[in-house]
Design a protein around this ligand. Structure first.
Ligand code: COA
Length: 442
């Protein structure tokens, strides 16, 4: 068959479409957290294969594992069980022995899987080195409300330098939910605490939490694809039925996000290939928590008009955005979403629905120049997409003169004026000659 008549090849197309992500992720540090449940699962080798693939693509990986079911099993075998008070475990001497054994056994299990290399298997030729060690310094939780938590601890410090050295040498770092104290004691830690602290200490590009169950869902049981810390706070406070595992990952993620980890992903670990879907496809597969500290993403109110005008004015003068007089902004203020930081509007976006066509326009997306390149544009787009989905909008369009690529990189495809809702077509400004881009919302 000649090249000209060649049919589309889904494998080639798929592989090509993942290449921007491969380039973007190479050399970045990702902390991946998963519970002992994942290790005990028959599908764990598949997860390890995917981790090996990420490693092969040049991603610097730090794996943080839990060991709860393995610890509980050991305690049960001895006729004991882990005590919990206020959701915190009490690690007495017997429990600590179980923790050490379980963490050791899980580590060996993971190292064994990472060492596989049989021909004709996904691990052929991988030759992965795993490095574990005394990376985490811990302190005791101590006595709280009269309860002595014994050997249950919290992270005091993560030796980022030691981990970086292992990563520089090409290894995958493996961190158990265990910490050591300067007094030589061993502490039982929560894997989510360790993972969040490691991500912060390493200045990781991503913290990826593989959670039990479906992941974050809204009240209508629809997956939440994007969330900002303030929304996550509201979920943590207002949704008592949030599963404990998810709650812990979310809380650790919010903390990590506020301490500078720009992207935290919460993924359903039971979904086969979830890491690959999340990292190498446009729409991802789980929830992305992103934002900077002390920021709130919310619908604008009339009090924001001044702040929005100030933000937009320089971009209007440059001709990047269409000028909006104050009166228009005042009447349309409910169409705007803003990111507020320290009482200042640092980003905004407007959303104009056309319900009859199940379409909506995203307009006026702008981030203050001092706050660009930190995922805020993405966060606002996610916020608008989420609200569009809530209103059963299927397609989001945008008219732009200079920002085409930013939108294309986020799943918008070039379109034309004919595809716009009739009402919007009539308003199209031919002198401005903006290009139309459209995104199908899944
Ligand atoms: C476009 C804009 C909203 C992005 O906001 P942001 O918070 O910086 O975006 P993010 O942090 O999510 O994304 C940053 C990435 O987008 C890229 N980017 C920024 N502007 C871009 C553009 N015009 N075209 C292509 N890519 C662009 C950055 O280089 C960065 O990519 P990198 O990390 O690979 O280097 C912001 O640059 C802006 O306000 N621009 C002026 C207003 C505008 O053009 N709005 C669109 C009107 S339709």
């Amino acid at each position: 068959m000649s090249a000209k008549t060649k049919k589309p090849d889904s494998f080639v197309d798929w592989f090509r479409s993942s290449s921007p992500y491969i380039h973007a992720h190479r050399g970045r540090t990702f902390v991946v957290a998963f519970g002992g449940e994942a290790v005990a699962d028959g599908n764990f080798p598949n997860l390890i294969h995917d981790i090996a693939l990420l490693h092969g693509l040049g991603i610097r990986l730090v794996l943080v594992h839990g060991a709860r079911p393995q610890i509980e099993e050991r305690l049960r075998n001895r006729g004991a069980e882990m005590q919990y008070v206020n959701g915190l475990r009490i690690t007495d001497e017997a429990a600590l022995a179980g923790v050490k054994e379980a963490a050791g056994a899980v580590r060996v299990e993971i190292e064994a899987l990472l060492s596989m290399g049989l021909a004709n298997s996904p691990m052929a030729g991988a030759r992965i080195r795993a490095a574990s060690g005394n990376f985490v310094t811990a302190r005791p939780l101590g006595v709280r409300d009269g309860i002595d938590y014994c050997h249950t601890g919290e992270v005091r410090r993560v030796d980022a330098q030691a981990i970086q050295q292992r990563l520089d040498a090409g290894a995958i770092a493996l961190i158990p939910p265990i910490g050591y104290s300067p007094t030589g004691e061993v502490f039982n830690l929560s894997a989510t605490d360790v993972a969040g602290s490691a991500a912060v200490a390493l200045n990781a590009a991503k913290l990826i939490s593989l959670v039990e169950g479906d992941g974050l869902r809204d009240r209508q049981n629809r997956p939440i694809s994007n969330i900002v810390p303030a929304q996550a706070d509201r979920l943590l406070e207002g949704e008592p039925q949030l599963p404990e595992d998810l709650r812990q990952h979310l809380a650790a993620g919010v903390q990590a996000s506020r301490r500078g980890v720009s992207r935290v992903h919460l993924l359903n670990r039971q979904l086969d290939g979830v890491l690959l879907r999340e990292l190498f496809t446009r729409d991802g597969a789980g929830t992305l928590l992103s934002a900077a500290p002390f920021e709130d993403t919310r619908t604008a109110t009339i009090d924001d008009v001044g702040g929005i005008l100030e933000l937009l004015e320089p971009m209007e003068t440059e001709g990047i955005l269409v000028r909006r007089p104050r009166e228009l902004l005042e009447t349309e203020i409910h169409r705007f979403s803003v990111i507020e930081r320290d009482a200042m509007v640092i980003a905004c976006a407007a959303y104009y629905p056309y319900p009859n066509e199940t379409m909506a326009e995203l307009a006026c997306l702008a981030v203050h120049p001092d706050y660009r390149n930190s995922g805020r544009g993405d966060a606002l787009l996610g916020y608008v997409e989420q609200s569009a989905r809530h209103h059963d909008i299927r397609r989001l369009f945008v008219l732009t003169t200079r920002t085409a690529h930013w939108f294309m990189e986020r799943g918008f495809a070039p379109s034309d004026i004919e595809s716009l809702p009739v009402q919007r077509r009539q308003l199209y400004n031919y002198r401005r000659n903006s290009k139309v881009f459209l995104k199908e919302l899944s």
